[in-house]
Design a binder for this molecule. Structure first.
Ligand SMILES: C[S@@+](CC[C@H](N)C(=O)[O-])C[C@H]1O[C@@H](n2cnc3c(N)ncnc32)[C@H](O)[C@@H]1O
Length: 172
């Protein structure tokens, strides 16, 4: 009987992780050492920033951002990763995590930078989302994209496999 329960729990966990392959990128964490470099060299994060990680996984990016003094918000669809990261940062007031589909979320008014380690096939939708949010906020937003370039945009800077873009407000 306990095997039956374990089998079902295992199946649910697999489905939760595999399911995000249909909504965006599956869970693959960014590397801590690289984050330290890019938050120094690509986009200088400071206490004046609010960085939003679209698909925040286990919260590695949020933690690195808060270590630079910034505030960080993670938007994540997988409930296991949301629970894990909420518990991980329970005593860190600079880190918040919201369970939602980032394509359906609005960014907080104080957002300065957006981080995404997405999927190449989603980059057009992601950029449309960030453009729409910059339009709502009536000011540019910086986008740090890990691994994928944004079609139709020239990066302001690149560092390793990271690209920095300045996304100007643009109506649909
Ligand atoms: C490649 S991982 C990156 C995790 C983290 N940002 C990092 O760099 O370490 C992509 C994450 O996005 C999440 N995800 C995929 N589609 C999503 C969506 N539409 N809304 C919110 N999260 C999503 C996945 O569950 C996964 O945790």
């Amino acid at each position: 009987m306990p095997w039956e329960i374990l089998k079902w729990i295992g199946l649910i966990v697999i489905m939760l992780f595999a399911g995000t392959a249909f909504t965006g990128a599956p869970f693959v964490p960014s590397r801590r050492k690289e984050l330290e470099i890019i938050f120094k060299k690509l986009y200088k994060l400071s206490k004046n920033d609010l960085l939003v990680d679209l698909g925040s996984g286990d919260g590695k990016v949020l933690k690195a951002a808060s270590d630079f003094g910034a505030r960080a918000l993670g938007i994540e669809l997988n409930p296991i990763l949301v629970l894990f990261s909420k518990l991980r940062f329970i005593s860190n007031p600079r880190i918040k995590i919201k369970m939602n589909d980032f394509f359906r979320s609005n960014l907080p008014a104080e957002t300065t930078a957006v981080y995404v380690f997405g999927d190449g096939r989603d980059m057009k939708r992601i950029i449309a989302k960030v453009e729409e949010q910059a339009q709502k906020l009536k000011r540019p937003l910086f986008l740090i994209s890990h691994a994928f370039e944004v079609p139709g945009y020239k990066p302001e800077k690149t560092c390793r496999a990271y690209f920095l873009y300045k996304i100007e407000p643009k109506s649909k």
